[in-house]
Structure formats: C-alpha cells, structure tokens
Design a protein around this ligand. Structure first.
Ligand code: BMA
Length: 380
C-alpha cells in the first residue's frame, strides 16, 4: 500500500517541497578545497532528507527508541514503536549528554557504545540517526537546566581562560564520538546534530533567556570550528528553536547559512495546549517561518522535537499532529522518549502495546504521509 507519491498531500506541500531544501550543504568553515569536490557522508544524508521532502514524506523519529521503552530495557531488537506498529522509526534520535565528562553512559543511562553500535546498524538498514546534546553547565557544574547564572556563554568564550579550554574539550569529545560512528567498512555514518537546541526558551544555560544572541552565535561558530578542525564530515547540522512568534525571533541566535542545513523547530503539545487549535497555531508560527526561510535559503525543514506526554488524547498522532503539519514540507518529525515506567510512568511520547493510543498510532504509521524504517529501506 505504501507509498508512491501520496495523493492526500496538497499541491502546496509538493510545491513548497520543491522550493524548500534544495539541499545546499552548510559548507566547511575551513578552507578545505578537497571537501568541495568530494561528496561527504553528510552530503549523502542530505540527499536522503531531500528525497523525503521531494516525496512529501515525513520520516518518524523517536528518542532512545531501541534502548528502552515503557516497560522494558535493553532487549535486543525491541522498540515500543515496532511492538505497536510492526515497523521501527525511520529516525533513531539520541542524546549526547555527559559525553563531555567522558562517561560510559549518557544522561539517561544509555551506554555510548550501545548508541554507536545501534546508530551504525540503523543506518545500514536505510534509517537515519539524529543527536541532541543536554550537556552540563560548565560554570556551575550543574546540569543543562541549571540557569542559576546568566551569561555562561560569555564566561566560557573568553579566550585563554580555563572555562574556554573546558568547553573546547567538551565540544571536541562530542565531535570525537560522532566521528567514531562507523559502518562495517570503516566509513563514517552520517548523522543529524542539533546543538544548542531550544535556545529561544528560558530553561537551558545556553538559551537566550540567559545569554545574548551574539554570544550564542559565537558558541555555534566555535562548535563548527572544532568539528571542522577534527575533519568530522558526517554531520548534517540542524537549528532548532522552541516556539517563537516572529521571523526575527526565529533568527535570533542563528549562526548563518554556512553553519546550518536544517531549519527545525521543537513544538510540543504541552498539557493539551488549550486544545488542538492552539497547537496548530504554534506549528503554523514555527513551521511557517522555517518553511519560508528554507525556501529563500535552500535549506531543509523539520519538526525536530514534538509529542504529547502520555500520548493524550488517544488520537493525538493522526488527528492532531498529522493535520497540524499537513501543509509543511518537513522531512521528519521526532517524538521524545518513552521513559521506563519505574522511572517516570507518564513520561512517554509514543504508545506501547496495550496503550489506548496504539490503534491510532497504527493509522499514523499507515498514513501515506509518514515514513518508518520499511519505507526508508525502499529508498536505499
Ligand atoms: C527531558 C526528560 C528527562 C531527560 C531529559 C534528557 O525531556 O525526558 O527525563 O533526562 O529530557 O534526555
């Protein structure tokens, strides 16, 4: 049944798809002529994302999907999404939090070796991997949500300071990990990386509630400088503010077209958001602006994080999410994690078997607009 060019997708989406994301790769910031003539792993992933856009498909992503779920952990080949829909997500989303401290496991307990291994396997099947990074606060030594001090970026960007050495070391560790994800032939596996996410909010130490846009841009530039110095060529860079109200706000903290491939947005259905209309409005604000800018700048568009905690109402996926994104040429939409029931019983964003939203999620999977792993295999 799935999926030639989906007939339900409006002409607007297809037209917008053709315009948005012409696949202009954020160029290397170093003067490396060779990188201009040779296709990198990142270029290859951009082509796959462009294929999704051009086909009017939205790849479904789920955070930590194959590591653990609502009531299981580290069972080989398990996945709440697969156990409900019979198909893995197209995108495995991961977080690098604590890589900066060189620990064995990331902040939610997933071993980095496990992530490296699963990411390579998923890529070999035609799937895609994406990464966020909830890193510690280098000044207070608290976590990402420690906003007890303002202007942390100003402090860590002072050249020659101990804190500047620290942030360089931390970014270097993130780069080394991403660069170490390899296929069985030893080639780097391309991934999407979206550092400094949700910077338009007021809850992370790097966000614009606590830092100037200029300093955030400088931090982005430093990030790229370090990745480029290490020759990391397998990153597709995503920019992902939280809810915004204007184009100006969307672009506040934007590092520049040479630094970004995907214009993303994190938009959640928090506590019902006063109903589906309000959520649709937020999506319209964010994805409307991202789509317009992507057309102008030749970038891809994505819903980099979304979800309704506890998947409420039961028909959230097919009756709230799908209509909200109907007119936008996003290449993927990623839902956050299904925490273990013993840890956070209500903290899940995809159904698990037996959950009341499971039948609706199957509908969402079967909808011609969505792509799960089986769909990605066709492209491979
Ligand atoms: C949050 C929650 C936390 C988690 C953090 C980082 O949204 O899921 O439980 O530790 O993300 O993954």
């Amino acid at each position: 049944m799935k999926k030639a060019l989906p007939s339900i997708i409006s002409a607007t989406v297809i037209a917008a798809s053709m315009l948005a994301g012409c696949g202009t790769k954020a160029g290397s910031t170093s003067d490396n002529m060779e990188s201009e003539s040779t296709a990198t792993p990142a270029d290859e992933l951009i082509s796959r994302l462009q294929w999704l856009t051009d086909s009017g498909l939205v790849a479904y992503g789920h955070h930590d999907d194959v590591a653990y779920g609502h009531n299981w952990a580290y069972i080989p080949d398990s996945s709440d999404v697969k156990n409900v829909a019979g198909d893995y997500p197209a995108i495995l989303d991961w977080d690098l939090g604590l890589i900066e401290w060189n620990t064995e496991k990331q902040l939610d307990g997933v071993p980095f070796d496990f992530i490296r291994d699963q990411a390579a396997k998923h890529n070999a099947k035609g799937g895609i991997n994406s990464f966020s990074w909830h890193l510690r606060n280098p000044v207070t030594k608290g976590d990402s949500w420690d906003i007890s001090e303002s202007d942390v970026i100003a402090q860590i960007m002072t050249p020659g300071s101990e804190l500047n050495d620290t942030i360089r070391l931390w970014i270097g560790r993130a780069a080394d990990f991403i660069g170490s994800i390899r296929d069985t032939d030893g080639n780097r596996v391309p991934v999407i990386f979206r550092p400094w996410h949700e910077h338009s909010g007021n809850w992370f130490w790097w966000d614009l509630g606590h830092n100037s846009p200029e300093n955030l841009v400088a931090l982005w530039h430093l990030t790229r400088e370090i990745f480029d110095q290490k020759g990391i060529d397998n990153v597709v860079w995503a920019y992902s503010p939280d809810k915004i109200r204007s184009e100006e706000q969307y672009l506040s903290g934007y590092p520049g077209d040479e630094y970004v491939d995907i214009l993303g947005s994190d938009v959640y259905y928090w506590n019902g958001e006063n109903g589906p209309e309000r959520f649709a409005q937020h999506i319209d604000n964010n994805l409307g602006i991202a789509t317009k800018l992507a057309k102008e700048r030749g970038k891809l568009v994505a819903l980099t994080e979304t979800g309704s905690e506890g998947v409420k109402p039961d028909t959230w996926y097919s009756e709230i999410l799908l209509p909200a994104i109907a007119n936008y040429p996003i290449c993927y939409a990623t839902a956050w994690r299904n925490a273990n029931v013993n840890e956070k019983p209500e903290h899940f964003y995809a159904p698990y078997p037996g959950h009341a939203s499971a039948p609706d999620f199957v509908k969402f999977h079967d909808n011609p607009r969505t792509a799960f792993l089986n769909e990605m295999k066709k492209q491979k």
